[in-house]
Structures are given as C-alpha cells and as structure tokens.
Design a protein around this ligand. Sequence first.
Ligand SMILES: Cc1cc2nc3c(=O)[nH]c(=O)nc-3n(C[C@H](O)[C@H](O)[C@H](O)COP(=O)(O)O)c2cc1C
Length: 302
Amino acid sequence: MTDLSIDLGFMKLKNPVIAASGTFGYGIEFAPFIDLNHLGGFIVKGLYYSSREGNPPPRLVETSSGLINAIGLQGIGVKRFSEEILPCLIDYDTSIIINVCGEHEDEYAAVVDLLNHQPGISAYELNISCPNVKKDGKCPALDPETTYSVVKLVKKSSTRPIITKLSPNVTDITEIAFSAQEAGSDAVSLVNTFLAMAIDPNTRKPKLANILGGLSGPAIKPIALRMVYQAAGRLKIPVIGMGGICTGGDALEFLIAGARAVEIGTANFIDPEATVKIIDELDNFCRERKIGKLETIIGTMK
Ligand SMILES: Cc1cc2nc3c(=O)[nH]c(=O)nc-3n(C[C@H](O)[C@H](O)[C@H](O)COP(=O)(O)O)c2cc1C
C-alpha cells in the first residue's frame, strides 16, 4: 500500500491533489462525476461578501494549449454559500478550502469573519491575485507591501490557516512569497493565471469583452513550475503548486520541485475525472518504483 498522505503542518491531506478554485464550482457540481472523498481537498470558487455578476461575455477563449478567462469572479457571495452550499459539503471526508476575495482589505476580513462561525472548513485560500477583476489586471499580489498588509489583517481575523494565492505576473516571485510568509501566512499557493489577451484578426476585435484575461492550462506549466521551484527554495512555509497540471507526471514535477501539494485547474474542464485519474497515476508511479511514502519525493530534484 502506498501512503499518499501529505502533512502541511497545519493540515493533513489524504493525498496531495486539490481541485483549484474557479474550475471546480462549489465542489458539489462535480459529485455526479467523481467521488469527492477521494480528493486531497477542493477549493471552492472565489467568494466576496456579496454576490457578483462578473464581467460581461465573451469571457472565455481557448488558445494553443491554454485557456484565457475573464470571468471576473462571479459568485453567490459568502452568506448564500454558507446557508445553501456549505451544509451539503461538510460530510465529505476531504479538506474543504474556501477561496476568499475582497475589493479591499476589510472585505477579505469580513468574509473570513463570517466563515469563522461555519463548521467543516479546513483553511482559507486568500485570492489576492486575480488578474481579471480590475481592467488593468492589477491586484494586491503584485506588490510585496500590499501583500503583507492584506495577509497580516486577514491572519488577525482568521481562526483557520491561511494559504495566500500568488500571482505569476511579477518579476521576482520569491519577494512576494516571502512577504506573505512574514505577514503570517501558513502556506502559499501559486500560480494564479498569467495576464493575457487574444484578438480575432478578421474583426480586429479582442476575443474577450474585458480585453485582458488570465491564461491557464498546459501552456503555462513550465513557467509555473519554475516559480514554484524558486518560491519553495526561499520559504519555510509549505508551497502548493499549480499551473497546467493534467497528469500524474505533471504533478510529480511540481512535487519534486518542492511543492508539498498541487492544485488541478483547467484540466477539470477537459476531463471532470482529471483529479482522481491524477491520484491513481501518482499511486501507480509509487507502486512501480516501490516508493512507500509519496511525501519522500518532495523537493528531491537531483
Ligand atoms: C475559469 C477560471 C476561473 C478561475 N477562478 C478562480 C477563482 O475564483 N479564484 C482563484 O484564486 N483562482 C481562480 N482561477 C485560477 C485557477 O485556480 C488556477 O490558479 C489557474 O487556472 C492555474 O492553474 P491551471 O493551469 O491548472 O488551470 C480560475 C481559473 C479559471 C480557468
């Protein structure tokens, strides 16, 4: 029997595979396709205090090996989520993580404050890195000081561990990651999407109504892997890696680079069973090589 479990210090996962925010609905939508109990965890769509419509369509466009989205964090808001969705999730035997959003620092704190009173949540993932909410792609995770300030404030309000989700749209990822750690973040997750765009040459119009969006999927994997490697080399807190992971082999690259867990995003749109297939592939990899504990592979790049 392979032991796929992972200890993040503040949270134990039955395996390192977590479904990424925004690509897995509120979790419950995937219950007809996979057994949610198999997952290491899942992260629900980003939640603000109030409901939001997001950006006008078109807001998704496929590119070579990738997807550009400008959803703009559409959602039902934290109150409705707590009343209508969370009660359907808490009996699953997996880690439920809430992706927390805010227009300003106080809103992040207010969302966390409301969720603190709800049962069944393992951690908060602080989304300070969405590139398609502001027209120019700006977000707190582009700057070490704003990162520090929002993480510090939310950490004070939170009764649960905080995972700070970082943006790849920066020159030095280690500087921002370090800021999150110094502000008290329990872990960081990276990467969110890369600021991107696409144009239809026939109409000369942008393919997204928002013009700019965030690129995800296999196209970003090598750059995401490099950033995870750099962040893991600098930080004491755990790094959760993501960006284009579609197979067990992809997940292993991130673990070997130093990630203690991985998130699976766009792959869920290609195959709703992607997460459980990746878990099976990790298990097979370990069995074939007689690796008794998957955790021993983390950060072992030669
Ligand atoms: C349609 C879509 C919606 C997303 N929504 C969120 C979100 O609500 N919160 C968040 O932190 N990240 C969001 N993301 C980013 C993903 O969680 C992930 O960081 C990114 O897509 C990179 O991983 P991937 O290449 O495996 O998709 C979204 C991504 C996509 C494609």
